[in-house]
Design a protein around this ligand. Structure first.
Ligand code: GLC
Ligand code: CA
Length: 508
């Protein structure tokens, strides 16, 4: 039998640690909180946890500004807590991926503190310094500001593709590359299974290339344009570090290019990233033709390389997908079925299993410079007024926490939470859905349908995105595994798919 690496057969669940579970009552989620909720994740049936950053950080970008890659920020706990979390996960058969931020550090990192002193110190060349801005790039989060800032001390300009508090590292310097490899080794030695790699396509840059003038005039950030050849050899270097450890340590890159052909090149020749996020898919509207097209385009660029797709609908940077798709519960349920049955590795974001939309954040409680607080709201665990948090959390809860909470939905057999759990169970028991082939069933209506097959088993997934029932011939005479409408009585032999229904069936 063909060996299937874990990062292909798994479902990954993203935890945003500040908003998952709080153990000590300071209103901020932490590592002990996560440890105390592993029962829930196992009950749900995910395989891998990805933690957004928990490293030491002044939190200008809520942990994506790291001041020490080898220390846990006290707000989240200690290194011992992390070691305990790693071993708890492994004892339960769960894997753990950390979030590695290779493009930039915090301006409070000792490397930058030293680098900014003058142009002759040993770290002088660890960041990108120039006597004047080398290009017209815009940074993210400041509404179109320049990616270059003048440092009064050093009397030079430094590059920051994100906040001024997040200076870009200079990966052209081999010492930087070595130091960053060492930060990977630090965590690999402690047993982590892999890394989500933050904006990893930025570690190689063509500083002499301006961004398109029209985009700059609109304030579009450089991150979506950066696609430099030199990055690929650096990714091969990172891969060699991962491959030098046993157990298939893996990477999933945040390659924030809205182009599948470009994104696909970051898998290299099976020697760069093992996985890369697919943001074109995330931003595709909820429309059968558009989704069909994106899925086929993605597969057509990845398949020839033997590269394994990923599918993600929500994360800590974008409005939640139920909201983007118009907030309907039926649509959120169909989206769950789609996410967990496409060919590739699905990534869930904490709370999507409750059908959450973003929290409304009153103006005086906005804290994120990028305006992303809504999707980062705390996870409601229970129906009572603190929703399982020992103290009021740092952000308001999402809407309807009295019913959209873990406890209430666990007890409601028809909830979206139980739909996710059921679907995850079906994935587990039907290898065709995890590892099988994929064929789009071509149609010209509102039904998105595809077949997954392995070793003679054929599973068909059909989603009716339209407002009227549709006949889907292939469903006739099949065995129903699941309907997103949760109608236990739906007869598997009917070939009619109700409006807003997704069905997963096994062909006889
Ligand atoms: C990535 C992260 C985002 C962060 C940015 C800068 O896009 O997902 O949260 O702000 O990188 O590190
Ligand atoms: Ca806490």
């Amino acid at each position: 039998m063909k060996h299937v690496p874990w990062w292909q057969s798994s479902v990954v669940y993203q935890i945003y640690p500040r908003s998952f579970a709080d153990s000590n009552g300071d209103g901020i989620g932490d590592l002990q909180g996560i440890r105390s909720r592993l029962d829930y994740l196992q009950w749900l049936g995910i395989d891998v946890i990805w933690l957004s950053p928990v490293f030491q950080s002044p939190m200008a970008d809520f942990g994506y500004d790291v001041s020490d890659y080898c220390a846990i920020d006290p707000i989240f706990g200690t290194l011992d807590d992390m070691d305990a979390l790693i071993s708890d996960c492994h004892a339960r058969g769960l894997r753990l991926m950390l979030d590695w931020v290779p493009n930039h550090t915090s301006d409070q990192h000792r490397w930058f503190q030293q680098s900014r002193v003058d142009s002759t110190n040993p770290k002088a060349d660890w960041y990108v310094w120039r006597d004047e801005p080398a290009n017209n790039w815009c940074c993210s989060f400041t509404g179109g500001g320049s990616a270059w800032d003048f440092d009064e001390g050093r009397q030079q300009w430094y590059l920051h593709c994100f906040l001024p508090e997040q200076p870009d590292l200079n990966w052209d310097n081999p010492e930087v590359e070595q130091a960053m490899h060492d930060t990977l080794r630090f965590w690999l030695d402690r047993g982590v299974d892999g890394f989500r790699m933050d904006v990893v396509h930025l570690i190689g840059k063509q500083l002499d290339r301006d961004d398109p003038v029209r985009a700059v005039a609109r304030g579009l950030a450089h991150v979506v344009f950066n696609d430099a050849a030199v990055t690929h050899e650096r990714l091969r270097g990172i891969r060699r570090v991962l491959d030098s450890y046993p157990g298939e340590r893996a990477s999933v890159g945040e390659v924030y290019l809205l182009d599948e052909a470009a994104m696909a090149t970051y898998y290299g020749n099976n020697d760069e990233l093992q996985l890369s996020f697919n943001f074109s898919f995330l931003w595709t509207k909820w429309d059968a033709a558009a989704l069909r097209d994106r899925i086929k385009t993605t597969l057509s660029h990845l398949a020839p390389r033997g590269a394994w797709p990923t599918w993600v609908l929500s994360n800590h940077d974008v409005p939640r997908h139920r909201q983007r798709y118009g907030s309907s519960e039926e649509v959120a349920r169909m989206a769950a079925v789609m996410l967990l049955t496409l060919s590739g590795t699905p990534f869930m974001y904490q709370g999507e299993e409750l059908g959450l939309v973003d929290a409304l954040i009153p103006a005086d409680r906005v804290v994120d410079p990028g305006g992303r607080d809504g999707c980062r709201a705390p996870l409601p665990w229970t129906a009572d007024h603190l929703h399982g948090w020992p103290h009021d959390p740092w952000l308001p809860f999402p809407p309807e926490p009295d019913t959209r909470n873990v406890e209430s939905q666990q007890h409601d057999g028809t909830s979206i939470l139980n739909l996710y759990r059921h679907m995850l169970g079906i994935r587990r028991s039907h290898p065709a859905l995890r590892e099988g082939g994929f064929v789009m069933i071509e149609r010209d209506d509102d039904v998105l349908a595809f077949e997954r097959m392995l070793n003679g088993e054929r599973v068909v997934v059909a989603l009716n995105l339209g407002d009227v029932g549709r006949t889907v011939d292939v469903l006739g005479g099949t065995t129903l595994l699941l309907s997103s409408l949760g109608l236990a009585s739906r007869v598997g032999t009917t070939s009619v798919l109700a409006a807003h229904e997704a069905a997963v069936v096994v062909l006889a």
